[in-house]
Design a protein around this ligand. Structure first.
Ligand SMILES: [Zn+2]
Length: 455
């Protein structure tokens, strides 16, 4: 074989080999950053967000961006970076918020949850979707803007918080309480909570979260006389608690139409004829004792205050009566539900022997309007790919701390991820497809550029 032919053959073989061996293409700079971020174990509790904040601070300082760290009362670290406008400011700042903490990995993983492993074209690890990928998209947008000479008519804030997964008391809530001036000039917050729909590679819609439910987390407890289980004690702490909880969970649910649910169905009903028909008949279909006809799965939580007893704690020994029994209850209220009235109903059902302590509550807040110049900018940046729909989220995010103070907040995810990988959120094998991640990072950069470019 002539030398040149041999060389060509070797080259062809070399180009085939990596694919044949299944070796992965090198990661993009953004994906390499996400991999590094996923390897920082910020499981909450205890959070340990300081290591994530230090890492983010190094990445930002490398681009000359000013960073401040704010430590909460319990020593948890939050980070705020500000990139100043470089052109005549024409409006308040845009803030990009994500949480650095993640929920515990739990069982059932096929990879190490903090290994940042690449497998099957995806990056695996706790936080890959919720929500370190969003944090890296925010970071990349800020770094790109700092490097470019594009006009910025607004300041840009990157906010990385602790403790979101446990309610945000040491994170966003602490920032607002201890440094109330920090967000004084913020015109719009972008945060997690967006829900985009992709089916079989088709992008159906961008769901931008504008309203959400409110948490009411309770700890309830009963006390009684401890003793040997052979004694007769009908009113023991455990018996009181079990009876009280039974009365509570057996109350019939009360269905109601919240303005946020109506607005969501009106928006999505324009794309989905089934939901459009439901919206048209909503007042006939949703009755206080339940829907008059079957409604799609996923929708009931938009018409109900939900209540789940999630933690039970009492004795340790089968033959000893404990002095105390406790339970924790996760309640999610509709935006228009009155917290005090709901709580009074819970106390009445539990009975007066049972003590109730509020662990987390949120005042009512108005949805962020899906209108105005910043909404229009967001829609213009996204609508080429799919319709943009304002959505009502049954979950909770830190956006409520902004909305309850009158600051506009949108839940926006730049990523298209199909239903199967989405199951990893708070479950085993959380992962993000690398192509969806890289495209989302690029999209976030375009969106942020466009929000700051408003002359
Ligand atoms: Zn999250």
């Amino acid at each position: 074989m002539p030398r040149s032919r041999r060389l060509l053959g070797a080259l062809a073989l070399a180009s085939l080999l990596p694919a044949a061996a299944g070796a992965a293409a090198p990661l993009s700079p953004a994906a390499a950053r996400l991999q590094a971020y996923l390897r920082l174990d910020t499981t909450n509790p205890p959070g340990n967000e300081g290591i994530a904040a230090a890492w983010l601070a190094r990445e930002l300082a490398g681009a000359g961006i000013a960073v401040e760290r704010y430590v909460s009362g319990a020593g948890r670290v939050n980070l705020v970076a500000r990139l100043r406008a470089n052109s005549t400011p024409t409006g308040g700042a845009i803030a990009l918020l994500h949480h650095m903490d993640v929920v515990p990995a739990g069982e059932g993983w096929s990879v190490a949850p903090f290994g940042g492993e690449v497998r099957d074209g995806m990056l695996w690890g706790r936080g890959a979707l919720d929500c370190k990928s969003l944090g890296i998209a925010h970071l990349e947008a800020m770094l790109a803007l700092a490097r470019s000479d594009l006009p910025r008519h607004r300041d840009l804030l990157l906010v990385a918080v602790a403790d979101e997964e446990a309610g945000g008391g040491e994170g966003t809530a602490a920032l607002w309480e201890r440094h109330p001036g920090l967000f004084a000039d913020v015109a719009l917050l972008l945060n997690e909570g967006g829900a985009n729909k992709a089916v079989l590679g088709r992008h159906l819609l961008w769901g931008i979260e504008v309203a959400q439910k409110r948490p009411l987390w309770l700890e309830v407890s009963a006390k009684g006389r401890p003793g040997h289980a052979a004694g007769i004690q009908l009113g023991s702490a455990v018996h009181q608690l079990v009876a009280g909880l039974a009365r509570l969970v057996e109350r019939p649910p009360v269905w109601k139409i919240d303005p946020a649910a109506r607005a969501y169905l009106a928006a999505i009903g324009r794309l989905d004829p089934n939901l459009g028909r439901l919206e048209a008949d909503l007042d006939e279909v949703i009755a206080p004792d339940g829907p008059r006809r079957a409604i799609p799965p996923g929708l009931p939580s938009l018409f109900l205050d939900s209540l789940q007893v999630t933690v039970l704690a009492a004795g340790e020994e089968i033959n000893s009566i404990p002095a105390e029994a406790r339970a924790r209850i996760d309640i999610r209220l509709l935006p228009s539900t009155d917290t005090d009235a709901y709580l009074a109903g819970v106390r009445e059902a539990l009975g007066k022997e049972i003590e109730t302590r509020v662990l987390l509550a949120a005042p009512p807040s108005e949805p962020t309007p899906a209108s105005g110049p910043l909404w229009e900018r967001l829609v213009a940046a996204l609508a080429d790919e799919a319709p943009v729909i304002p959505i009502f989220l049954a979950g909770i995010t830190d956006s409520r701390y902004f909305r309850e103070r009158g600051v506009a907040a949108y839940g926006f995810s730049p990523f298209w991820v199909e239903a199967e990988p989405m199951r990893g959120v708070h479950g085993p094998d959380e992962r993000i497809p690398l192509d969806a991640f890289d495209r989302g990072v690029e999209r976030m950069r375009r969106v942020v550029e466009s929000l700051l470019a408003t002359p």
